[in-house]
Design a protein around this ligand. Structure first.
Ligand code: PLP
Length: 379
């Protein structure tokens, strides 16, 4: 099946009971047994639930993996990956990272003696200089959040294979429509499915996708043992959202391109970060590993003024000022005071998250209305 067909049918079959085309919401905690231990593959809903299993198959299909593992949020999915580690292990992670991931790593796992190195991974040689015998995991996001840097997944995968490390890629921004890290050599793909995969800003959910059976078994064990599972209604909503992923992503990409081209010419704008520009430092890698450039971009205004940036986002009418991204509606965010507020100012500015930086999740409304809204807010 090609991707657009997989988005609708991947891993899905009509339900066995009545042939229902959409996977039913199995709102049950437990399942009847004929004799102790004898059941139809489902014993207790923390361990397995048919609606969740259907979603996990869909996740695996979209990322061209073998096994999907669903969680109650993207953070719960990341947490499960970190539970593969032990005290004393070291992780090398992208320095331009989602703030919540940074918080989980530094505020929780550092207390369990896991050590993290935050590194600018556009330079592959830089990664190798941090590898030692304790290194177990490489963690990357690409495009990065919110600076839209691009990391060469295939090149990082070569480093991880050479040193027998696990490579995990947070594929939230790109989605499998644009890039499939497992095909490029990654071991684990992670999603905040809350974003583009769900696509309608109505469900918080996370996912991991892998190809290796041993790794999948460990993650299923953690999923059940720690219990951070999504409920069947949320799995149903996610399954519904996935069916239009390809159509939404195509329009997100078209609209974001138009917005980037508008902003770059605007006299009040200092910089626009969008990997589709030929002069974006990693444009060639983006072209190589992504089908298109996605719906996310960020920009700074001249004078880099914190208050002016806040005023600008307050004036927006079509864009909603909100955390999150990836829904059909356009959202704007001010990372310094919102998503990245938990990263110390000095550290966030080192990676480019300055006071005037504004991040846009360009929705699929009419592009003229989207640009008109930015125009009035910047006036
Ligand atoms: C890139 C990225 N990774 C992970 C997460 C965490 O996901 P969730 O909010 O579903 O827990 C987010 C949330 O914004 C994100 O943007």
């Amino acid at each position: 099946m090609k991707f657009n067909t997989k988005a609708i049918h991947g891993g899905q079959k009509p339900d066995k009971a009545y042939g229902s085309v959409m996977q039913p919401i199995y709102q049950t905690t437990t399942y009847a047994q004929t004799t102790p231990g004898e059941h139809k593959g489902f014993g207790y809903s923390r361990t397995h639930n048919p609606t969740r299993t259907a979603l996990e198959r869909a996740f695996a299909s979209l990322e061209n993996g073998e096994y999907g593992v669903a969680f109650g949020s993207g953070m719960a999915a990341i947490d499960a990956v970190l539970k593969l580690l032990k005290s004393g292990d070291e992780v090398i992670a992208t320095n331009d990272l989602y703030g919540g991931t940074y918080r989980l790593f530094t505020n929780i796992y550092e207390d369990f003696d896991v050590k993290f190195h935050f590194v600018g991974m556009e330079n592959i040689g830089e990664i190798e200089s941090y590898i030692n015998e304790n290194t177990k995991l490489l963690w990357i996001e690409t495009p990065t959040n919110p600076m839209m840097r691009i990391i060469d997944i295939e090149a990082v995968a070569k480093v991880s294979k050479k040193h027998s490390l696990l490579l995990a890629v947070d594929n939230t921004f790109a989605t499998p429509y644009l890039q499939r890290p497992l095909e490029l050599g990654a071991d684990i793909v992670m999603h905040s499915a809350t974003k583009y995969l769900g696509g309608h800003s109505d469900v918080v959910l996370g996912g991991l996708i892998v190809r290796d059976k041993g790794l999948a078994d460990k993650l299923y064990f953690i999923q059940n043992a720690s219990g951070a599972i999504p409920g069947p209604q949320d799995c149903f909503l996610m399954l519904r959202g996935l069916k239009t992923l390809h159509v939404r992503m195509q329009r997100h990409g078209e609209n974001a391109k138009a917005v980037a081209e508008y902003l770059v010419k605007h006299p009040e704008i200092e910089k626009v970060y969008w990997p589709g520009f030929i002069n974006h430092p990693n444009h060639e890698i983006a072209k190589k590993q992504m089908k298109d450039f996605g719906g996310m971009l960020s920009f700074t205004t001249k004078n880099n003024d914190y208050d002016a940036a806040i005023k600008m986002v307050e004036k927006l009418k079509i864009f909603t000022l909100a955390e999150s991204l990836g829904g059909v509606e356009s959202l704007a965010g001010h990372p310094a005071s919102m998503t990245h507020a938990s990263i110390p100012k000095e550290e966030r500015e080192r990676t480019g998250v300055v006071d005037s930086l504004i991040r846009l999740s360009v929705g699929i409304e009419d592009v003229d209305d989207i640009i008109g809204d930015l125009d009035q807010a910047l006036a």
